[in-house]
Design a protein around this ligand. Sequence first.
Ligand SMILES: [Cu+2]
Length: 148
Amino acid sequence: MLFLLLHTLPLAAQTSTVRITEPFARATPTGRTAAAYMNIQGGPDRLIGASTDSAGQLELHETAMDGGVMSMRPVGGILINPGIATRLAPGGLHIMLIDLKRPLKEGDNITLTLTFERAGKRTVIVPVARAGAPSGPSVAVPGLAGPR
Ligand SMILES: [Cu+2]
């Protein structure tokens, strides 16, 4: 899914709407970091940042195999392509919450403000699922599955 991670693609001057579905984070009983996941549809646009009151810092991350080891690294932006759901999911793209103010507990909600290059700021309520949950607490929407 590297083709989704374009950092410098100029976007033509057109309007963008983005739709965010299935947001979730995973409970972190002890850690100081967590990740938030969701599907984003719409565009063309690019997710370029995020903020929250729940953590000191947020970063956009991708997960990659690096010499047989799964590792994460920051990306400058996440491209939202029309007609295809961009999937932020465990093992792939995610929003990293760093320096959590307090551990995330199952059943909590955290509020993220996402910044898109075109669509501007969008506030998303992100429910916290159990630790290790493969997906969010609600049922996946048919047809929303993007590249994994
Ligand atoms: Cu990460």
